[in-house]
Design a binder for this molecule. Structure first.
Ligand code: SF4
Length: 291
């Protein structure tokens, strides 16, 4: 019989509906339906995590691929992801995971947290990365693995969009040793238009990670005409300077057309101009990717 894990961070509503309080989307989920991320499902008035125990992508990557430039450099990280995402980015570069969900056959499989930690150790990886899709949607699984990983002397790495509620973040974030937060754009209008989401919770998450002392790097996928305006970027650099500090490593990556977005790929010159601006602003750790 399929084993489903009870989710955390939800409340009961009338008529066996529930409200998920894991991310700011606060999905109201009727009986037998799932939330926006497609991996949290209401069964008989209780919310279950379909993704708990069901990684669909496992690999060993260089830590620089997360990307993290200033954390355990030169090491390999045991990486895993599931289906599902709580944002709706029309330019998603990984929609085969983020926009998919589990079939009945998938749900018959289960990998307990202990097994993943053992696998990471067998492959001599000093860290485990929660990555590929959005780890917020499988936060319960991340927390359980991360606690065991720490007990085994391994580090935890979160690669996230930062779109999470305070209560789960307060449980998840202190278990992390390093994180790369994906800063999709620098304005509410970008998050509305391109991601069906909001900017403020992401900024809040960045500040929370910083205040916890978790190693923090930030990545932006640069999309021509959407988030490559240098004036807007200047304001973003001011924000990082004021709230996180100029030492924060910043990654800017080239986008390529994917999912529902047909804007042509990012020219290298755009990335070079962004790097020049950030360096002029006094940011010493600026990295370009996908060029
Ligand atoms: S985690 Fe998923 S189900 Fe929960 S509020 Fe966010 S999108 Fe909705």
């Amino acid at each position: 019989m399929t084993q489903l894990s009870l989710a955390k961070w939800w409340t009961t509503l009338e008529n066996n509906a529930v409200r998920c309080e894991l991310c700011p989307r606060h999905c109201v989920i009727p009986e037998n339906a799932h939330g926006y991320c497609a991996v949290r499902q209401n069964h008989s008035g209780e919310l279950f995590s379909l993704a708990f125990g069901r990684p669909v992508s496992i690999a060993i990557d260089p830590i620089e691929k997360k990307p993290l430039a200033r954390f355990l450099p030169g090491t390999r990280t045991f990486s895993l992801g599931t289906f599902g995402c709580n944002l709706g980015c029309i330019f998603c570069q990984n929609d085969s995971l983020s926009r998919e969900t589990y079939t009945e056959t998938d749900l018959g499989q289960f990998i307990p947290p202990e097994q993943l930690v053992e696998l990471a150790q067998e492959h001599h990886c000093p860290s485990i990365s929660y990555t590929y899709n959005e780890p917020t949607v499988f936060a319960e699984y991340v927390c359980d693995i991360a606690r065991l990983a720490h007990a085994a002397g391994l580090k935890n790495v979160l690669v996230s969009n930062g779109f999470i509620e305070d209560q789960p973040a307060d449980e998840l974030y202190p278990l992390m040793d390093a994180t790369n937060i994906d800063m999709k754009g620098f304005s509410q209008s970008f998050y509305d238009r391109m991601c069906q989401a909001s900017l403020a919770p992401v900024l809040h998450s960045l500040e929370k990670m910083h205040s916890l002392g978790v190693h923090l790097e930030i990545t932006t996928l640069v999309i021509p005409g959407q988030n490559d305006d240098l004036e807007e970027l200047s304001k973003w650099l001011d924000w990082v300077d004021a709230h996180l500090g100029r030492e924060t490593p910043l990654h800017f990556s080239a986008y390529h057309p994917a999912y529902r977005c047909r804007i042509p790929r990012t020219p290298p010159a755009t990335l070079y101009a962004i790097r020049d601006l950030a360096v002029q602003y006094g940011f010493p750790n600026v990295f370009l990717g996908n060029i």
